[in-house]
Design a protein around this ligand. Structure first.
Ligand SMILES: C[S@@+](CC[C@H](N)C(=O)[O-])C[C@H]1O[C@@H](n2cnc3c(N)ncnc32)[C@H](O)[C@@H]1O
Length: 270
């Protein structure tokens, strides 16, 4: 079940964020809306990616999906190498780059666990991977590959899903009726917009320090709780669920920073 083929088929079946717009798929209006919705729902990405910082730098993006961050880096003037396992996602990302006229992006279809078999080894200023490495069967192999593309100054910015967070509690209680011992089955089933992700690992800070033992972690923090009523969200309506509606904003932010679904990691090679 947990093979790389299954992972590829899953993301080919429904590339990430493909329903972020109701406009005709593949048009400029569609991609504009996808980007707007992405940063409306996940505004913390903008602070994390810091697109403008990478002008004239080279950026390796692992797991670019349909290319939302890829375009952000390219627009800021970076030289981007974008990689994904899913051909369907890459096709959309390439189309997106063409529509906006960006020539500073190289795309590769590759499995990040064997990146250097496909992507020429060179040193990058930034290695960026958002919400990807927890979906691959052997995350430790990805970090072995990443090392090959690092010089001492390379900044690594990665998001991995959190273990101790609101979303995991919510999945266990909503779908698992409290059966926390089934966590390893429940989380992959319900972690994504489309049910049944073959692999979704979750990590504590301690797990991440172990996984990234060859890297100096300069900053690690949690962010992001999805606050909307799902039935409305899929219809592009943004209504907070009742308990978040009444929660003071500062308390919601506190919750996000302590129990957010996204663990944001900034690191360099040791
Ligand atoms: C949740 S999506 C995130 C996409 C993008 N980073 C974003 O934020 O929109 C996960 C992506 O990781 C890709 N992926 C999963 N395992 C991979 C692997 N071993 N090598 C390359 N890409 C992989 C999937 O194909 C999918 O496009």
């Amino acid at each position: 079940m947990n093979t790389i083929e299954n992972v590829k088929n899953y993301w080919n079946g429904r590339p990430c964020n493909i329903r972020h717009s109701t406009k005709e798929i593949g048009t400029k209006e569609y991609f504009n809306e996808v980007e707007a919705r992405k940063y409306f729902v996940e505004p913390h990405i903008l602070d994390f990616a810091q697109f403008d910082r990478w002008k004239d730098k080279n950026v390796l993006e692992i797991g670019c999906g349909i290319g939302t961050a890829t375009i952000g880096f390219a627009r800021a003037g970076a030289d981007v190498t974008a990689v994904d396992l899913s051909e369907k996602s890459l096709k959309m990302a390439k189309k997106r780059a063409n529509i906006y006229g960006f020539k500073n992006i190289k795309f590769y279809t590759a499995n990040a666990e064997e990146l250097s078999k496909t992507v020429p080894v060179e040193k990058y200023d930034l290695i960026y991977s958002f919400g990807v490495i927890h979906h691959t069967p052997h995350p430790e192999k990805v970090f072995e590959e990443i090392k090959k593309y690092c010089k001492p100054e390379t900044e690594i910015r990665i998001m991995l899903y959190s273990k101790w967070c609101w979303k995991v509690f919510w999945i266990i209680f909503t779908y698992g009726k409290g059966r926390f011992w089934q966590i390893n089955k429940l989380v992959p089933r319900y972690s994504e917009a489309q049910t049944g992700s073959p692999i979704t690992y979750i990590y504590s800070f301690w797990d991440i320090r172990k996984l990234m033992k060859d890297f100096n972690i300069m900053n690690i923090y949690k962010d992001h709780i999805f606050p909307y009523v799902i039935g409305k969200y899929v219809k592009y309506e943004y209504q907070y669920v009742w308990y978040f509606r009444w929660m003071p904003k500062f308390l919601f932010r506190w919750l996000e920073r302590h129990f957010g679904w996204h663990t944001m990691i900034i690191a360099k090679l040791k």
